[in-house]
Design a protein around this ligand. Structure first.
Ligand code: FES
Length: 335
């Protein structure tokens, strides 16, 4: 769904993180853990960036995004430096399937690092609003004690939600008064903090190396990965970069309906190739998650690195996600 929303407030959180409150024209329906994509002005034309909704779904027209300014990040820096109350932006979404179970019997482990707390904030706020009783442990890894996003509210949420446990682990406590555990979340800490980890449904959001380390640990202790869910991106700032083709091979990409053919060295995504060729393609997350750029491929082969935005049946029918696919032969697309 595409919609417009007006920025109602910009709130400074910890250093480098701001919360942007928006009011959409109509009520916005979403699940905790979902994200929206924004069309933002870039130096070479508009850019699309996706951010997780940090507010709870209340059925109202208000929602918020909590965003860390990433060095070199076009989207996050535009939001931090240019966006102010009263400005209109174009959105699409909500997207995503990172939605923690609310089954009373579920034992949950929520893991977050840095601004990866945002989907969990939405979930916790939702639980509070629903007066839910849960069995959930949130482990929040931060760089230092002054980087705990929404610290006061998190502490309040622990008191308001029966069955919620919170552990905050700052990596570096130098210069701070800190009485809890500190350092990196490693297997020893995870095992000590969550003795029944194998019985829990795990929802993790944070930088890729952090998620990879946790997944490696879980795999090593024979955790059933069917119960492991990761939010595959945190404020993605770069178009997806896939494999790099070092040889001089050139592939022809034919946009059949548009009557346009271009050559590619296989290092750009089909979405980037289409945009350069002037072929309009619907897109949102640009990360292989939302499915907006799904297109029928009628000939050729691609390397597709999707993150769940396409179903196996659709792949069998010849569909591809252009944003996360690079040509690996001459390709014909039905656009
Ligand atoms: S734009 Fe979202 S999957 Fe391609």
């Amino acid at each position: 769904m595409e919609f417009k929303a007006i920025c109602k407030a910009v709130i400074q959180d910890v250093e480098g993180v701001k919360t942007f409150v928006f009011k959409s024209k109509n009520k916005l329906s979403f699940e905790p853990g979902q994200f929206v994509s924004l069309l933002l002005p870039g130096s070479n034309g508009n850019i699309v960036r996706s951010y997780t909704i940090s507010s709870a779904p209340t059925g109202s027209d208000l929602f918020s995004l909590t965003v860390r300014a990433v060095p070199e990040g076009l989207g996050s820096n535009w939001l931090h430096n240019e966006l102010h109350a009263g400005m209109d932006l174009s959105f699409s979404g909500p997207f995503g399937h990172f939605i923690p179970s609310q089954n009373e019997d579920s034992k949950l482990l929520l893991l977050a690092a840095g601004s990866g707390i945002t989907p969990h904030l939405s979930t916790l706020r939702h639980w509070r609003n629903q007066a839910a009783e849960v069995n959930a442990h949130l482990i929040f890894s931060v760089r230092s004690p002054d980087q705990i996003i929404e610290q006061q509210e998190l502490l309040a949420l622990v008191k308001q939600i029966p069955g919620l446990t919170l552990t905050v682990i700052p990596e570096n406590v130098t210069g701070h008064v800190w009485h809890g555990i500190s350092g990196r979340l490693d297997p020893l800490w995870l095992n000590a903090l969550v003795r029944d980890i194998k019985e829990r449904e795990v929802y993790i959001c944070g930088p890729a190396p952090y998620m990879a380390a946790v997944k490696e640990y879980l795999t090593g202790c024979h955790f059933d990965l069917q119960h492991y869910h990761e939010e595959a991106f945190v404020s993605p700032e770069q178009p997806s970069v896939n494999q790099h083709n070092n040889d001089s091979t050139s592939y022809k990409v034919n946009f059949a309906r548009s009557g346009i053919s271009v050559n590619s060295n296989g290092n750009e995504s089909l979405l980037e190739i289409a945009e350069k060729a002037g072929v309009a393609v619907k897109n949102a997350c640009r990360s292989g998650i939302c499915g907006a750029c799904r297109t029928l491929k009628t000939a050729g082969s691609v390397n597709m690195q999707d993150l769940g935005g396409i179903l196996p049946d659709e792949v069998n029918q010849g569909m591809v996600l252009l944003c996360c696919s690079q040509p690996s032969s001459d390709v014909v697309l039905d656009i």
